[in-house]
Design a protein around this ligand. Structure first.
Ligand SMILES: Cc1cc2nc3c(=O)[nH]c(=O)nc-3n(C[C@H](O)[C@H](O)[C@H](O)COP(=O)(O)OP(=O)(O)OC[C@H]3O[C@@H](n4cnc5c(N)ncnc54)[C@H](O)[C@@H]3O)c2cc1C
Length: 323
């Protein structure tokens, strides 16, 4: 089966979640010859070599000024050109903000179904099957895309690990796609201040809740995060109180995260917060209330005042990493 993977890059850097998608794509294809990738961006050609070893034979690159800034229309046209050239039967992307934005448009172009945000995917009995958590993680939906020439799927970041197979030198081939004719043009992208990994891709997260008490107090979390390269998150109560920005919000109406380690400080563990972080591999909770619901899903719990516990944690981590 021919599988095409959309490889997301930002500012000339391949996203780690794109390598996860590549791994999924190579597995679905079953042979390097049947797996291809497409990279879109001003200098996409220069990135192809970074994809070697992920079990794909061919990389389509769509470059040029028209693709310098992300735009749903030009990106959909670029990936579509690769789908046609490769005669792809399955197209894999990531349920990142970008993937969520333009994969529906891509699937609509083919009048095909799109399995979104799946945590497992397989090809079985002539159809694409995926599993997706629903209702704040309380149940899992089994999704099937069938009776279609092309099937589309976006995977949840940080769930299916990227793995090099050691094969596939990946020859790059440049595709010419007209981007200037799109009805809309992205004039500018304004970046957030943070240089840290986006929450959805972070492998270490330390989050603060209402108990942080002020934006200034979030500094103690940033200090701790800096020691181990973690990203700082927040509960909605902290965001609504103006202590943290909305892009830091974890939960049902914020971001869904799957880090290796999630440290929740002064967060009670509402169903809506847990919906966004309960699949974290290890959860540590710091809370003064021993009956706080967060302790029901925490692997390690510390009953205590975060303003005492976090500085101690930071100090210990500094010792461990040799700062
Ligand atoms: C439709 C809808 C969508 C929502 N979406 C989200 C979402 O995406 N994300 C989200 O987070 N919430 C969401 N919420 C809000 C959610 O219901 C909770 O109100 C919110 O998660 C509570 O945040 P919190 O745990 O920080 O605050 P609280 O529930 O007020 O908890 C504060 C905790 O801090 C503890 N504490 C107090 N002082 C200290 C201290 N010094 N040291 C340690 N612990 C201390 C307390 O014991 C308490 O457990 C949503 C709600 C609705 C209705």
């Amino acid at each position: 089966m021919k599988v095409l993977v959309f490889v997301e890059q930002r500012d000339g850097k391949i996203k780690s979640s794109a390598l996860e998608a590549l791994t999924v794509g190579a597995r679905l294809a079953g042979s390097t010859a049947d797996a291809a990738a497409v990279v879109v961006g001003a200098e996409a050609g220069a990135l192809a070599s970074q994809l070697a070893g992920y079990g794909i034979d061919k990389i389509y690159t769509v470059s040029g000024a028209d693709f310098a800034l992300y735009n749903a229309m030009t990106y959909a046209a670029a990936v579509d050109a690769a789908i046609k050239d490769f005669s792809a039967q399955v197209v894999v992307g990531v349920a990142s903000p970008m993937g969520r934005d333009f994969f529906p448009r891509l699937a609509a172009r083919h009048d095909a179904a799109l399995l979104t945000d799946v945590i497992s995917v397989e090809w079985k009995d002539g159809a694409l099957h995926g599993t997706k958590p629903m209702y704040a993680g309380k149940c899992r939906a089994h999704l099937v895309s069938q009776n279609s020439d092309v099937h589309f799927v976006t995977i949840r970041p940080n769930v299916m690990p990227a793995q090099k197979t050691g094969t596939g030198a990946a020859a790059a081939s440049a595709l010419q796609v007209a981007g200037a004719s799109a009805q809309s043009k992205t004039a500018e992208i304004r970046k957030g201040k943070s240089e840290k990994a986006d929450l959805t891709e972070a492998s270490l997260i330390i989050s603060g809740g209402r108990a942080m008490g002020s934006a200034d107090n979030f500094k103690i979390l940033s200090e701790c995060a800096d020691v181990i390269g973690a990203t700082v998150g927040a509960s909605r109560a902290a965001v609504d109180s103006g202590y943290a920005t909305h892009d830091m919000q974890v939960g049902q109406t914020g971001k869904t995260v799957n880090p290796n380690l999630y440290i929740a400080c002064g967060i009670s563990g509402s169903i809506q917060h847990m919906a966004g972080m309960r699949t974290s591999k290890v959860i540590v909770a710091v809370n003064t209330d021993k009956d706080a619901p967060i302790f029901t899903i925490a692997n390690y719990g510390i009953v205590g005042d975060l303003f005492q516990v976090v500085p101690v944690l930071t100090k210990k981590l500094k010792e461990l990493v040799g700062h």
